[in-house]
Design a protein around this ligand. Structure first.
Ligand SMILES: Nc1ncnc2c1ncn2[C@@H]1O[C@H](COP(=O)(O)OP(=O)(O)OP(=O)(O)O)[C@@H](O)[C@H]1O
Length: 279
């Protein structure tokens, strides 16, 4: 891992009217690193993600600093970002993230054509190869379908493929597995892990789910009511949580799945059959 952060957030403050929804948040994401922003519902995770993406609502006032490769981007909305400061994104709702009227193929081709200058033919080949790498069955047929013709898990892997096609150095994934069943969650987390590893893409993973975070991330920033309460290597936070909220989070996660701290590399490849067998 190189020593310069890809993303550097300093004293981030976001207000909606008089309410502070993010209050003095600071953290770094290093090159190729996956970190999670972990907190309860309403703790300010999505506002932080949207500030990094340049997607804050007009009603929000923002202060502090967000640097991508050293360039200040806090006041630059997504639409005005240059190539070097673009951030790829994956959202919870894959159906609304994709254009319902356009084929999967035409949506996946767009970044290859627009940002990487490929011909339509080469872009289609690249799109098919990317879907194959996402372990999606029969990608040649899949590219001809529209989003509504796919399952939630297939669609979310298309969204990850779309984010990877943008070839940015940072990806933000906001609760990408929350709406999925456990088997599909594991597939999507594996796709995120393998592809960010392969492309050395840094990941800011937004979640309230410690299990999902433990499968994907090396480091965590824990927030409560818009403030950072604890941060560090995820393994250390799981084995020796310091803050009350982190302790509660770990205890609650252990109560549903005791083997929480398994390293990502050791995770089994779950199939529906395995889960049924172990039930
Ligand atoms: N449009 C809005 N106007 C005023 N306050 C808002 C608005 N949208 C969200 N909030 C408040 O901002 C705070 C942070 O919201 P945010 O969506 O960032 O939380 P979160 O941690 O992502 O929650 P979740 O896990 O439920 O998505 C919450 O207290 C929420 O009530």
């Amino acid at each position: 891992m190189c020593s310069d952060p890809v993303l550097s957030v300093r004293d981030l403050r976001i207000q909606i009217g008089r309410q502070a929804v993010v209050d003095g948040l600071s953290f770094d994401v290093m090159s190729g690193e996956r970190i999670c922003l972990l907190g309860a519902s309403g703790s300010g995770k999505s506002f932080t993600a949207n500030a990094v993406l340049g997607l804050l609502p007009p009603a929000a006032t923002v202060q502090g600093s967000i640097r991508l490769h050293g360039r200040e981007i806090i006041a630059t909305p997504a639409a005005r970002r240059i190539n070097e400061t673009r951030v790829a994104m994956v959202f919870q709702d894959s159906l609304s993230a994709l254009n319902p009227l356009a084929s999967i193929g035409s949506q996946l081709c767009e970044p290859f054509i627009r940002h990487h200058g490929l011909s339509r033919k080469k872009a289609t080949a690249a799109a098919v190869a990317l879907l194959e790498a996402m372990k999606l069955h029969d990608p040649e047929r899949l590219v001809k379908r529209t989003p509504a013709e796919l399952s939630g898990g297939q669609r979310q892997r298309v969204c990850i493929a779309l984010a990877m096609a943008c070839k940015t150095s940072l990806m933000v994934a906001d609760e990408p597995t929350t709406a999925l069943d456990v088997v599909t969650q594991a597939q999507v987390l594996r796709a995120l892990r393998e592809h960010t590893d392969a492309a050395r893409t840094a990941l800011l993973f937004i979640t309230h789910d410690l299990h999902a975070a433990a499968q994907l991330c090396q480091r965590a920033v824990i927030i409560e009511r818009g403030e950072m309460i604890e941060s560090g290597p995820l393994d250390a936070l799981i084995t020796a949580p310091k803050h009350r909220f982190t302790r509660e989070l770990v205890a609650a996660a252990h109560s549903v799945q005791p083997s929480l701290a398994r390293p990502a590399e050791a995770l089994p490849e779950y199939t529906p059959h395995d889960l049924l067998q172990s039930a």
